[in-house]
Design a protein around this ligand. Structure first.
Ligand SMILES: Nc1ncnc2c1ncn2[C@@H]1O[C@H](COP(=O)(O)OP(=O)(O)O)[C@@H](O)[C@H]1O
Ligand SMILES: O=C(CO)[C@@H](O)[C@H](O)COP(=O)(O)O
Length: 524
């Protein structure tokens, strides 16, 4: 039988030709999340023809540390692509373009030969409190004027300073830094670059000038040459290299576009192109995000301010560090092999307010509204009658109360919106969608196909290829909203009362959790 060599995979040719989609053209959206990489093949009409994913581990070598191995991202992406080609019969030659959505802020350091120098330090790593204080001491309000952000542990600049101070032997060899998706793109094309939406997340971009800030780089002894070239999200960065083609089965003719930060891509994939719509994303992290038409708004660091994937537009957001991560932690720790669906079914048997049990999701520290790396989570009100379902429900509710706290910042700024679009793994749960509607007291809408960031990445490639003239046009064709969850007045009233109690937990447990973390650092 004739066999076609695809990298190291030998595939019977008739098998490859069996697919229905021989004459179709696709773009691939690579969504590099924290729990897994998910690759979607999307046709010119916006139909998601196939999806594959590959999970990778998170490493927490010490409390507050969070790392991943960049090689795992590349391997996982290649495996997902190989599966699309072999299992889903997407023809490599039909894949016209690829783009990316990437977990934000993570630091990948490369030496002069573009070799990775140390594990990537991720967005939820909070080891850099000292470096954040140094940035504030040295630059004060000027830092916020330049970046429209305040320095927080998750961002890339404090991570660079941590390596400078703590690993001088690594720092001496460091030649380039990249964000996570940029490293995957580099391994696919051989080209070093980042895009503006991920660049803002480093807090080294001058938000008004749209250049790397020479003032910030000079202040902290970071050579400007270390910063990758800036590209628009839809810019073509290159083609698939021969070596990655060999490895993955892709065609070297496939064009590769810069892509975007996952929240920018998620906003695209959810049709967040107007200020009346807000995104609620329950991934590993949790995000409440609002479209901003121009850079004149400055929340002075109360919320993050970032470049959107659409040129000259922006978004603001608040981040709950451990959203889906909290539910995942609960499942892994207490529910054995049980599926999310089964575990959540037990929560559905509980009631609004989980019979008086409250959870705060600060289990890896928090970013918004409390920028506090050393706070930790809590269950309050545990009673001898509580069942497992009450605990699961309390975790789900606590995460959404944390989102409600972010919305309170928008309320204070008189920033109004009427619709919440829910994306991320958490949007798969009907119960969680209704809890959101009831706690937000807003209409909550999910997507027909829950692939916000992956779809956004595919949309970037499709616009980059010229299939659509702009993001407004492609959104009309690609983004399909699903069922609407309306708030239930009785539940809204109960949650409003409970939220007031929830809001007291941070202040009343802050010093306790700081003391406990100090104890842990001293003794374990
Ligand atoms: N069936 C489900 N119902 C509700 N939540 C789910 C389900 N499956 C996964 N999740 C949640 O979604 C999270 C992963 O979301 P995802 O958007 O894939 O994350 P990331 O992009 O960070 O990798 C998990 O941590 C989990 O809490
Ligand atoms: O730190 C942030 C945004 O500022 C996170 O939202 C990361 O971008 C990770 O995203 P997920 O893996 O949770 O999608």
């Amino acid at each position: 039988m004739t066999r076609l060599a695809m990298g190291r995979y030998l595939v019977p040719l008739p098998f490859l030709l069996k697919g229905d989609n021989l004459m179709s053209q696709y773009v691939l959206g690579v969504d590099l999340g924290t729990s897994a990489v998910k690759v979607s093949a999307v046709d010119r009409q916006g139909n998601i023809s196939a999806q594959e994913s590959y999970a990778f581990p998170l490493s927490h070598p010490q409390p507050g540390y969070s790392e991943q191995n960049p090689a795992d991202w590349v391997m996982g992406t290649a495996v997902a692509i190989v599966r699309l080609i072999l299992n889903d019969h997407i023809q490599a030659t039909d894949i016209s373009g690829i783009s990316f959505s990437g977990q934000m802020h993570g630091l990948v350091l490369l030496d002069k030969n573009n070799q990775v120098l140390r594990p990537a330090i991720l967005w939820d790593d909070t080891r850099t409190t000292k470096q954040c204080q140094e940035i504030t001491t040295q630059m004060g309000e000027r830092f916020i004027d330049i970046t429209h952000n305040r320095p927080l542990e998750g961002f890339t600049l404090p991570k660079l300073l941590w390596v400078q101070e703590n690993e001088p032997e690594i720092w001496q060899q460091a030649t380039t830094f990249l964000l996570p998706k940029d490293y995957v793109r580099f391994r696919m094309t051989g080209k070093l670059a980042t895009d503006y939406s991920d660049a803002t997340g480093t807090v080294m971009l001058d938000a008004d000038q749209q250049t790397w800030s020479p003032e910030i780089c000079q202040q902290f002894n970071i050579p400007l040459s270390m910063c990758p070239e800036l590209k628009q999200s839809i810019a073509e960065v290159g083609h698939i290299s021969d070596s990655f083609a060999e490895f993955s089965g892709l065609s070297p003719a496939t064009k590769v576009f810069a892509g975007a930060a996952d929240n920018a891509a998620g906003a695209l994939g959810a049709g967040i192109l107007k200020p009346n719509r807000v995104l609620s994303s329950i991934g590993t992290s949790g995000v409440v995000l609002k479209y901003e038409a121009n850079a004149s708004v400055n929340y002075r660091g109360l919320l993050q301010f970032e470049d959107h994937a659409i040129p000259n537009t922006y978004y603001s957001m608040g981040v709950t560090l451990a959203a889906g991560y909290s539910l995942n932690w609960f499942k892994k720790t207490f529910c054995g092999q049980e599926s999310f669906t089964k575990m959540i079914a037990s929560a559905a048997k509980s009631v609004v307010g989980a019979h008086g049990l409250l959870f705060t999701p600060y289990i890896v520290g928090e970013r918004t509204p409390y920028a506090d790396a050393d706070v930790r989570g809590s269950f309050t009100g545990i009673d001898g009658t509580h069942q497992k379902g009450d605990f699961v429900r309390a975790v789900m509710e606590g995460i959404i109360f944390s989102f409600r706290d972010i919305m309170a910042i928008y309320d204070e700024k008189d920033s109004t919106f009427d619709t919440v679009i829910s994306i991320g793994g958490g949007a798969k749960s009907e119960l969680w969608l209704q809890i959101q509607a009831d706690i937000f007291n807003k209409k909550v809408v999910s997507l027909k196909n829950e692939q916000g960031p992956g779809l956004g990445a595919a949309m970037i490639a499709a616009v980059g290829l010229g299939w659509y003239s702009d993001f407004q046009a492609i959104t009309r064709q690609f983004v399909h909203l699903g069922p609407v969850h309306e708030p239930i007045p009785k539940n809204v009233a109960q949650y409003q009362k409970l939220h007031q109690i929830y809001q007291q937990v941070y202040r009343q447990t802050q010093s306790l959790s700081h003391d406990l973390l100090a104890f842990r650092r001293e003794f374990n």
